[in-house]
Design a binder for this molecule. Structure first.
Ligand code: ARG
Length: 466
């Protein structure tokens, strides 16, 4: 039996029933659907729109359904049209005629967007807490690698010496922005749509603010047509999720490179690696590769919903039912990726020696040689030219700049003196960069302090959200 059978003479075609049904996707919102119905029913009773006893009977019926679903004694029927129909029908079969009063002054159009918002609020908090776990792991790794020198790259070519702490702290800035975007997205979706009805509200004197309060929304929506056709919040969430994946994917790419025999900067734990069925020596970074791969999938979810929405006239259209599959897929993917990625990062070991060698062998101190000459009075452009010649000389002789004797250096400029060696040691190159945001231990300690405060701040923010 459908919720809307009265106007029809024939039953629905079986394929159409399958095609139209969304229950396999939206059944995961059963808790939110029941919570929303309880709040709606309580309000109907309180405002005397339905008798108080009926409202009470509906509420206890809904609580019974919730309990039975959680205990597994009530199985959600995959042939039902959607979770809303299933729960309403089950309610009527449990409590009788009064169950049919629950839908007074409500439509599935405002109900479905309410459920999705409630579900998303809960999920955004989970994503935030997983991001915060990741921030903590990066914090710990950075703290232990303040003096781990490695080459920094531009164009994937060795550029200047940095530290491993400085490098991985770059990612914490990205995740901090993601946390702020999650908070922002939450704020904008925090408007309660129930009462909008199908599109034009209702003539029953609903108390929308009472429902909003019970459900933990900070305000209500103010245009019923927009309220039932708005999916901005889902698109916004998908775009934040895409951005999180993009950041994880860049980090994964570096981990994959660092784990190669050529770099050998890190080793992944056995627990987070896989082998090959044919090549016995292989230890593959599958987790990082999968995170990188799944990024495309989350982008796809974002594009799916943007495309679903782009041509839709107001107000509700059935196309919008496609929103949840994309949203849930992205949420599941991001949560699993964050959890696994964090474990992989936490358990990997760092090859400090190899990193340092990498920095020593790539002329990463060339800029500092130029800066040395500048400090002795040479214009930077001239210094750049001279050091370029020194590098070319070193490449031909297969030497590092530090390997040259003072006499050899003086052939390029008389400004060179014995203090050059200390000035261009990797430690000096890193430690002298005390500018805020830089790689010196002084600057990195400051970054760590800021990160620690940001972790505390975002924990508080997301704990407070209802
Ligand atoms: N299953 C539907 C969805 O997810 C619920 C809303 C149905 N509304 C309607 N007018 N048929 O969008």
């Amino acid at each position: 039996m459908k919720l809307w059978g009265g106007r029809f003479e024939k039953g629905i075609n079986e394929n159409v029933n399958d095609f139209n049904s969304s229950i396999r996707i939206d059944k995961r919102m059963y808790k939110e659907d029941i919570k929303g119905s309880i709040a709606h029913s309580r309000m109907l009773g309180k405002e005397n729109i339905i008798p108080e006893e009926d409202s009470q009977k509906i509420i206890s019926g809904l609580n019974k359904i919730l309990k039975e679903i959680e205990e597994g004694t009530l199985v959600i029927d995959d042939n039902a049209e959607d979770i809303h129909s299933f729960i309403e029908k089950t309610l009527t079969s449990y409590i009788g005629e009064e169950g049919k009063k629950l839908h007074t002054g409500r439509s599935r159009n405002d109900q479905v967007t309410l459920d999705t918002k409630l579900y998303l609020k809960k999920e955004l908090k989970i994503v935030a807490s997983l991001l915060l776990n990741l921030q903590e792991v990066i914090y710990d790794k950075a703290k232990r690698n303040i003096d781990t020198i490695m080459p920094g790259y531009t164009h994937m070519q060795k550029a200047q010496p940095i530290t491993f702490a400085h490098h991985i702290l770059a990612y914490t800035q990205m995740f901090q922005r993601d946390l702020s975007r999650l908070e922002d997205c939450y704020k904008r979706l925090d408007e309660m749509p129930l009462g909008s009805g199908a599109l034009a509200t209702t003539s029953y004197p609903l108390n929308r603010n009472m429902v909003a309060k019970e459900l933990g929304f900070s305000s209500i929506t103010y245009n019923s047509i927009d309220a039932v056709s708005d999916r901005d919040y889902a698109i916004e969430a998908l775009s934040v999720l895409s951005m999180i994946m993009m950041h994880l994917s860049r980090f994964s790419e570096e981990i994959i490179l660092w784990a190669t025999n050529e770099f050998n900067f890190i080793e992944l734990s056995d627990e987070y690696s896989t082998g090959s069925s044919i090549m016995p020596q292989k230890k593959n970074p599958d987790v990082a590769e999968l995170v990188r791969g799944k990024t495309g999938r989350v982008y796809g979810d974002l594009i799916t919903l943007l495309t679903v929405m782009k041509g839709l006239p107001l107000a509700y259209n059935k196309d919008m039912q496609e929103d949840k599959e994309a949203l849930f897929d992205a949420l599941d993917t991001v949560k699993l990726s964050l959890k696994t990625f964090t474990g992989m990062l936490d358990t990997m070991t760092i090859n400090k020696e190899k990193m340092k060698k990498g920095a020593a062998l790539g002329y990463t101190n060339a800029t500092d040689v130029a800066d040395y000459l500048v400090k002795k009075g040479l214009p930077f452009r001239n210094a750049h030219e001279i050091v370029g010649e020194i590098v070319l000389y070193c490449i031909k002789k297969k030497l590092a700049i530090d390997d040259l004797s003072l006499e050899e250096l003086k052939n390029f400029s008389s400004l060179f003196d014995i203090d050059i060696y200390k000035a261009i040691s990797l430690t000096t190159c890193v430690e002298e960069r005390k500018v805020i945001g830089g790689p010196s231990s002084f600057s990195v300690e400051l970054q760590l302090e800021i990160l620690e405060n940001s972790i505390i701040k975002y924990k508080e923010i997301f704990e407070k959200l209802k």
